[in-house]
Structures are given as C-alpha cells and as structure tokens.
Design a protein around this ligand. Structure first.
Ligand code: NCD
Length: 309
C-alpha cells in the first residue's frame, strides 16, 4: 500500500504491511527523533496542526516530528482564537486551513470531523483524535511501544483497562491488535464497556476479545496492561461520570501478582489511574510510549508527504 498523498482517518485505512513499514521506519528514526541527526525529507513542506481540543503529546510530537524532518508547522492550538468564534462553519475553516498547507493534522471533539475534513480537502488529512471515534496515530505509537518491549506484535495477551466506551485510543488500538492476532482481555466499569459496534468491526480479524471482571485474574499471565483515563469530557451527564470516577487504580500492590515482564502502557494524560509509585518500576513504559510518538509520526509524515516510508 503506497501511503503518499493518502488520508489517515481511521486505523483501518492502513493494512498490515503498511503498519509494519511505518513501525520499521520509526525504529530507524529514533536517533533523529532524539536530535542526534537531522533529516531533510520534509524540507519546504508546511503542515497545519488544527487542534480544536486540548492536546499536549499529540500536537507537540507531531510538531517535533515535522520539524525534525526539516518541515514547518502552521498551528491552531486555541480554537477560541479562530473565526469559529465568529460563527464560521467548521467546513469553511477546514477548507481554508487545508489550502494553506501541504497536509492537515486535525483534532476535534466531533466523531466524524476527520472524515469531513478528508472529504473537503485535496491534501492529506490525518486524524489526531475525533471525539470518541478514533485516534489512529496513538495506535501506531502504542504498537511501536509493544513491539519494542515484547519483540513481536503477534500473539500477545493484552489487558485493556478503563473507559472502553468513550476512549478513542482504545477503539483504534483494538482493531490493530486484532489485525495482528492478539488476545485482548477487557476490564472496565460495567457502564464503560466496549461498544458492540467496535466489537463487530473486528469480528473478522484474527484477534480474540474477552471480558473479565477481576483485574488480578486478567493480569496473571498478561504481557501488556494498557490503562486508560475515564473520558470525563464525553459524558453527557456529570453525575454518571462521578459514579465511575476513581473506580480503578494501578499501584505496586496491583502489580505484585503479575509477571515481572508485564509492561504498563497509558496514552496519557493520567489522572489517578496509575500511582506515581509505579513510575520507577520496570513495568512502567508510558513515558517511553510518549517519546515514541515522535519517531512514529516522523515515519508516518515521511510516508505521506515525503514520498517514502
Ligand atoms: C488520548 C486522547 O486524546 O484520546 N490522549 C493522547 O492523545 N495521548 C487519551 C486521553 O485523552 O485520555
């Protein structure tokens, strides 16, 4: 699959060889992502970062990726400073930003905003998170982290904990893990279970999914624990959020029964889901995961804009 000039709206837009190619390119780009060498693949290219929702890692790692490859960024980090405030439609805003740049990276609270942008724009559009729908570049980062830790992306047992209903990172991740034939054990508060629509989408893939109520049982033979934040901003009703807030927390005691090789991932930001006491243990991989967002996004931008993987 040639990625040059294509959109990345959902993780399904990538087939398995394309994902493997991006991950391989990302591995080779780690020294450049660390600042050890300079690449010029995106020289003369201008990439728009249109972020209509808060972001730290995703926006900064995209900006770092583009600039480490010699490109430049046009950034909207504060939607209140745009003409959307004057009542301009999202379609008009997106059409215009896309005409100013060579590619558009979009984060928006509406599920479907990235699809809208891709339909309007004749430049590549990359979804940096649309509502509770998908977050495909987070998934590429997650896969790179799992591959680095476990050596292989195939046949792993992965516990996914937390807000599986509204978590867009999880909705993309589950598809990719299923594509690579992994076993997923889902643990969540009953009201935040994985939507049936997501489960149906991955049904034809090789991976297996089961639910487990007891975290300790789920963790006993797991390779990876993927923890997520409860997505407070997606709840239609704050009292519903309060009912589940703080309902799970990973600390050293939780990890005592797990394999020493268990690695803990989290797309971040974390609230109380992982106690800081876990950070210095060999289990903690979430800060490495956040760093790997840079080489992964470099590899992706290179494939889409630079004409090569
Ligand atoms: C995630 C997101 O925005 O969906 N964060 C991120 O991009 N690293 C997860 C979250 O906000 O909980």
């Amino acid at each position: 699959m040639r990625l040059a000039g294509r959109d990345l709206v959902a993780i399904e837009d990538l087939d398995r060889p394309a994902i493997e190619e991006i991950l391989e390119a990302a591995r080779a780009l780690v020294p450049a992502a660390e600042g050890g060498s300079v690449r010029h693949t995106l020289e003369g290219r201008l990439v728009a970062m249109a972020f209509f929702e808060p972001s730290t890692r995703t926006r900064l790692s995209f900006e770092a990726a583009v600039q480490r490859l010699g490109g430049r960024c046009l950034t909207i980090a504060d939607p209140a400073a745009t003409s959307l405030r004057k009542g301009e439609t999202l379609s008009d805003t997106l059409r215009m930003i896309s005409s100013y740049s060579d590619a558009l990276i979009l984060r928006h609270p509406n599920s479907g905003a990235a699809r809208l942008a891709a339909d309007l724009s004749d430049r590549p559009v990359i979804n940096a998170g649309d509502g509770s729908h998908q977050h495909p570049t987070q998934t590429l980062t997650d896969l790179a982290t799992i591959q680095e830790a476990c050596g292989s992306l195939v046949g792993r047992r992965i516990v996914i904990l937390g807000d599986l209903k509204y978590g867009r990172a999880v909705h993309s991740l589950i598809w990719a893990l299923a594509l690579f034939g992994n076993e997923m054990v889902l643990v969540s508060p009953p009201s935040l279970r994985l939507p049936e629509s997501v489960r149906q989408r991955v049904r034809h893939l090789a991976g297996r999914i089961r639910e487990e109520d007891d975290l300790a049982t789920a963790l006993a033979d797991a390779d990876i624990l993927y923890v997520t934040r409860i997505q407070r901003e997606r709840f239609p009703d704050e009292t519903e959020y309060r009912r589940v807030a703080g309902s799970y927390r990973i600390d050293r005691a939780t990890l005592e029964g797990a394999r020493p090789e268990l690695r803990v991932l989290h797309p971040l930001p974390r609230l109380g889901e992982i106690a800081p006491e876990v950070d210095p243990t060999p289990h903690a991989l979430y800060f490495r995961q956040a760093f790997l967002g840079v080489p992964v996004r470099m590899a992706l931008m290179q494939s889409i804009l630079g004409g090569g993987a």
